[in-house]
Structure formats: C-alpha cells, structure tokens
Design a protein around this ligand. Structure first.
Ligand SMILES: *Cc1c(COP(=O)(O)O)cnc(C)c1O
Length: 494
C-alpha cells in the first residue's frame, strides 16, 4: 500500500517506510493511505484471544505493507512489554454505568503519547534500513514538557537515531523538569533554553532550515529528522487501542459482536480521535465520535458550524495538552470528506486568513460520524470531584474534559450506546490541579501534590513518577536560544 499527500499537489506515492522517514509531504500536506484496509467481524472476534502486541502487529500489518509481520510483531512486543506497560497497554475500566474509560497512560511517561512514541522510533529505525539510509537521524524536539519526555523514552537506545530535546528553563513544571533531567539512554541529550517555548520552537525550526547546519550534519554522517505528531508512524498505532477496547468489551460480555460503541476523545491536534475514525472506516462498529475540547473550543465551533476560525484568544487551561488553536490532523479528515483539491484550498485559506469554511455536503459527511462538545474549567473540576466522590474513579484533567463532554452528548442525544472515553493521562501527571479540584489546597511545588493525592485517594503514585526526586540528574546545561545551533554541532561530533 502506498501513501499520498492530503493536498495532492506533490504527486508523491510512497511506501510506508518512506513516509515514516520523511514525515511531511513535499507540498506541506500530510500522508494518507491510498485505500483503507478492512477489518471484518470475524477478524475482530479472532483478535479477542490475542495479546495487545499481537493485536497491534495485525492491525499495523494492514497499513505498513513493506514491513513483515514478524518485524512488526517483534517491535510491538518490545514497545508494549510488561516492563514499559505494567499490567497491560490499554486497559478498559468501567467509570460508571454506560461509560468506560480506555486508559492510555500506563506507559513510561504516564500519558497517552507513549502509545505511539514507544513504537514509532522502532518503525523509523527499520525505515532507515529499508530505504538504504546510511546516515544517523538526529531528531530535534522543542517541548513545553510532555512530548519531550515521551519522545525521550521512545527514542532512547534505538539504533540509527540520536535525539536532542530543548525546553524553556522556566516554562515547565518541576515534575517535568526532573523527568527530563534524569533521562537515561546513550543517544539522547536534554538542554534548557533561557526563554519561552516559542524561543525553543523557533530555534529548532531555524536549525532545520539552515543549509549550513544541514551540510555540516551531512559531513558528519547525520541528517535532521522530527518526531512530529503528524507523522503517520505516530497515527497508525493509535488505531489499535480502539480495536483492542472493542475486543475487551466483547470478551467481558459488555457488548455482543457487531454492537456499536461510541467514543469520546479529549482532543488537541485531532490525532487520537482521527485514529478512531480510521478504525470506524476499517469496519470497527463505532457510532458517534465525540470530540471533547476545553476552553480552546475551536473544534466545537468547527463541528457545529463548518467554519474553522483560528482568529481568537488562546486560553491556558488545566488541560494544557489540549491548548491548541491549529489541529493539524483535521487536514486528514478534510481530505477524506472533501477530497484533495478542496483540502489544499482550505489549507491555503487557513494560512492566508486563519479561516476556512467547508461546504454543506462536506459538513453533512463529517456530521455522520462526529460531534463536538466543550468543557470549561469549573466543569472540569466538578467532573473530577463527581467521578471520585460518586463512582470512585480518579480522572486527570484531560480525561475529565472528555467525561463531561460525553455526559453532555448523552443528555442531549438520548443515545445510550455504550460510551468509551479515552483517558489520556494519569491523574498523577496533573496532580496539583487534580488535588485542587478535589478540594485540597493547591501546593506550591507540584512534586508535593503527588504524595498529597496518594494519601487522599489511597492509591499508588503511577510508577514512572515514583521516586523522581531521588533519581540521578544527568542534564543540567542551560543556554541562550541563540546558542542552540552550537549545541547541536557540539553534540553531533561527540
Ligand atoms: C496530546 C494529548 C491530548 C491530545 O491528543 P491529540 O491527538 O493531539 O488530539 C490529550 N490529552 C493528553 C494528556 C495529551 O498528552
């Protein structure tokens, strides 16, 4: 199976290994498969007796056709092993009657990015071999906290790849800083920048497009690559857990084969929920896909009106991973519903004016599968409180946004199909805001919130966040943003 650009202007038709290595299409579009492979009810039934890595390898082998099944199985077993995901990769837990929580945060950084970032680097490492690449890939990442740590855990000690992460020295929490500064692995480096996230981000972008830097790297047998969330290698693994959740509900007798389930996803870049849409297109019996947003409710407005307008205020919320005004993966949905030519026009309009509006027939197609609801800050806190007090379920701030949105959808639609809510972070990852929502005083230092939450809820701190204060600090360097290129050059020759 080959892949093409959502904008159709570059005329590229490339294999899965090629697009995983390349990331973005030459016309600025995102790669999508030429056709959608199918998943029959018989196949779904057979997957019920498989482990998560086997389910993952079988689903991925339908999309990544230039990887052998054995390669994929070996990578999936390594990615979703017991030591990285103790107790299983994506358990489904009943939150309350009719609402299930698909917990995607049992990996090494306690958030859902691990589901993709534990496997994607292995796929990239093989892609380098398959495409005859002799050089080492140097991945540069600018992070406001969570993505950097998840990427470091995913790429550490992977063959053919090195990684540098830059973060704003005063722009991340103490927990996040400690997580990165204590990172293990022989092929990774972490550097703090004096400045904010934008300084780090534009620094990385500048280096990527600096011709001298590119040729310097080439001379040293390296080339730049990114760990971007729009890479197909990060999206495809996310299809798996929707299928896996369906299998688990089936095995538990919560649903019968062929029954529909709805899903509700706390959404930022539209990657997670788009993976659910792909699962639906393949044949997984999914009904409504509820897109949950926080106060940054641009997607709620888009799904309600068909008009995407990024000219609005940006809000910093308790669910920071969803604080986004441009949801890049939405472009893939536009391509599936409006076609390549229209998608390219919408993206031109977005770049020029910050606005595009889809036609009514495109909106009708989107409405068949999607609807959007948003949850404000007070509702988020109230939801955390209610789920803990009434149902004994401890949710993080992102999950709470989705639980509240799911309830709004159910109340408005009277649709009582079982609802699976994607739970994207451990409550301990955002412990300070969870503590505050539960009525405790918000601690000054978010490291203290971990113990407070553990004492209050009588649950254990999620394992990657345990004992953080005692770990050996490996990375202490703080530099000016203008010295980032020097740091890169120094690291390359090290
Ligand atoms: C990244 C992230 C999201 C948003 O997922 P998208 O795929 O970008 O829509 C939601 N919650 C958490 C905790 C995340 O880290």
């Amino acid at each position: 199976m080959n892949y093409q650009s959502t904008r159709g202007r570059s005329g590229e038709s490339l294999s899965s290994a090629q697009i995983i290595k390349q990331g973005l299409a030459l016309d600025g579009g995102l790669f999508i498969p030429e056709s959608i492979p199918t998943l029959s009810l018989d196949e779904i039934k057979a997957l019920c007796s498989d482990s998560y890595p086997e389910r993952a390898a079988k689903i991925l082998s339908k999309f990544l056709t230039d990887y052998t099944y054995d390669e994929l199985l070996s990578d999936c077993k390594a990615a979703y092993c017991e030591s990285s995901f103790p107790g299983g990769a994506a358990p489904v837990v009943k939150a309350k009657d009719g609402i299930y929580s698909l917990e995607l945060w049992h990996g090494p950084t306690a958030a859902f990015k691990d589901m993709a970032l534990q496997i994607m680097p292995r796929l990239l490492s093989r892609a380098l071999v398959k495409t005859g690449e002799k050089r080492t890939a140097l991945i540069l990442v600018a992070t406001s906290g969570d993505t950097g740590k998840a990427a470091l855990e995913g790429y550490k000690d992977i063959d053919g790849i090195r990684m540098m992460v830059f973060y704003p020295v005063d722009g991340v929490s103490r927990v996040q800083k400690m997580q990165m500064a204590t990172q293990t692995g022989s092929n990774v480096n972490v550097t703090a920048i004096r400045g904010n996230f934008d300084d780090a981000q534009s620094g990385v972008k500048r280096i990527f497009s600096d011709a001298d830097a590119v040729s310097f790297l080439d001379g040293k047998g390296h080339f730049f690559s990114s760990a971007n969330s729009i890479n197909w290698g990060r999206l495809a693994p996310q299809i798996v857990y929707y299928v896996s959740a369906y299998c688990d509900l089936l095995s538990n007798g919560d649903i019968a084969l062929g029954d529909k389930i709805n899903v509700c996803v706390p959404t930022g870049n539209f990657g997670n929920i788009f993976a659910a849409y792909l699962a639906k297109l393949m044949g997984l019996p999914l009904g409504k896909l509820v897109c949950a947003s926080n106060q940054n409710n641009i997607l709620t407005d888009f799904l309600g009106t068909g008009r995407y307008d990024r000219n609005r205020d940006f809000h910093c919320t308790m669910s920071p991973s969803m604080d986004i005004l441009i949801s890049s993966n939405l472009e893939r949905l536009l391509c599936f519903t409006a076609g390549k030519e229209k998608t390219a026009e919408y993206m031109d309009s977005l770049a020029a004016t910050g606005v595009y509006e889809v036609s009514s027939d495109v909106k009708a197609k989107i409405d068949e599968s999607f609807c959007g609801y948003y949850t404000d800050e007070d509702e988020t806190s109230a939801t955390i409180r209610k789920y803990y007090a009434s149902y004994g379920y401890l949710a993080d701030t992102h999950t709470a946004v989705a639980l509240c949105a799911a309830e709004k959808y159910i109340a408005e639609s009277n649709d009582n199909t079982p609802m699976v809510v994607a739970s994207t972070a451990s409550p301990y990852k955002f412990a300070a805001d969870v503590c505050k929502s539960l009525g405790m005083e918000k601690p000054e230092d978010d490291m203290d919130a971990l113990d407070m939450l553990s004492d209050y809820s009588n649950t254990e701190i999620t394992y990657p966040l345990r004992g953080l204060a005692e770990r050996e600090v490996r990375f202490t360097e703080v530099i000016d943003a203008c010295d980032m290129l020097d740091a890169v050059k120094k690291y390359v020759v090290k």
